[in-house]
Design a protein around this ligand. Sequence first.
Ligand SMILES: Nc1nc2c(ncn2[C@@H]2O[C@H](COP(=O)(O)OP(=O)(O)OP(=O)(O)O)[C@@H](O)[C@H]2O)c(=O)[nH]1
Ligand SMILES: O=C(O)[C@H](O)COP(=O)(O)O
Length: 197
Amino acid sequence: MTCWAIIPIKGKGQGKSRLAGALSEGEREALVDAMLAHVVDAARQARLIERVLLVGPSRHGLDETIPLLADAGKGLNAALRKALAQVASDGPERLLVVAGDLPCVTALDLDLLASVPAETVGIAPDRHGTGTNALSLPLPQAARFTFHFGTDSRARHWNEAEKLGLTVETIHSAGLEKDIDERADLSDAAQVFSPVR
Ligand SMILES: Nc1nc2c(ncn2[C@@H]2O[C@H](COP(=O)(O)OP(=O)(O)OP(=O)(O)O)[C@@H](O)[C@H]2O)c(=O)[nH]1
Ligand SMILES: O=C(O)[C@H](O)COP(=O)(O)O
């Protein structure tokens, strides 16, 4: 089975705007870069992932060996839809979509996500159980998957998979559920980032 991973990331200075009350602009940028580097490392170490690509306007300082798929600036769901279409034609049998703000994710978590059975979509929810932090899409069956990141995305991604006639599995892991959105989440980022005060 060939499996690729794409990691969406906003442009420099755009990310983690909800943390504006907790961190300075420079700190937010450093947090975004550190979390992205962590997720890329985990994906590169995962045994089952063959290629790792970014989707977004910038590499955030990562070296040019990581491919960067374009983002037309029409939001996360539109950017992922376009990236999926590009990747699907290249022939991997599974595509993982992994948020760039998962400072606790491990290679083992990503291998688990990559290991869902054929014709099955894997959904890794966030800590609240309502959002989506990662998806595992079988190809070509999910080549036309419509992304619904935003409010209640877990339930909406579930419905989307069923609409395509696919089975759904929920992937629970401590590393995948801990995205960093709010001040209360910041302690989970301590292993990759600490603000200089
Ligand atoms: N390429 C791309 N990535 C995005 C876009 N919107 C969100 N992302 C990425 O998707 C992942 C999850 O997004 P969020 O949890 O909302 O993170 P965020 O957008 O940095 O945080 P806020 O600004 O506080 O909403 C992060 O890796 C973001 O960088 C977008 O429009 N384009
Ligand atoms: O739960 C979600 O769908 C993700 O956290 C992304 O949504 P957001 O971009 O609104 O955070």
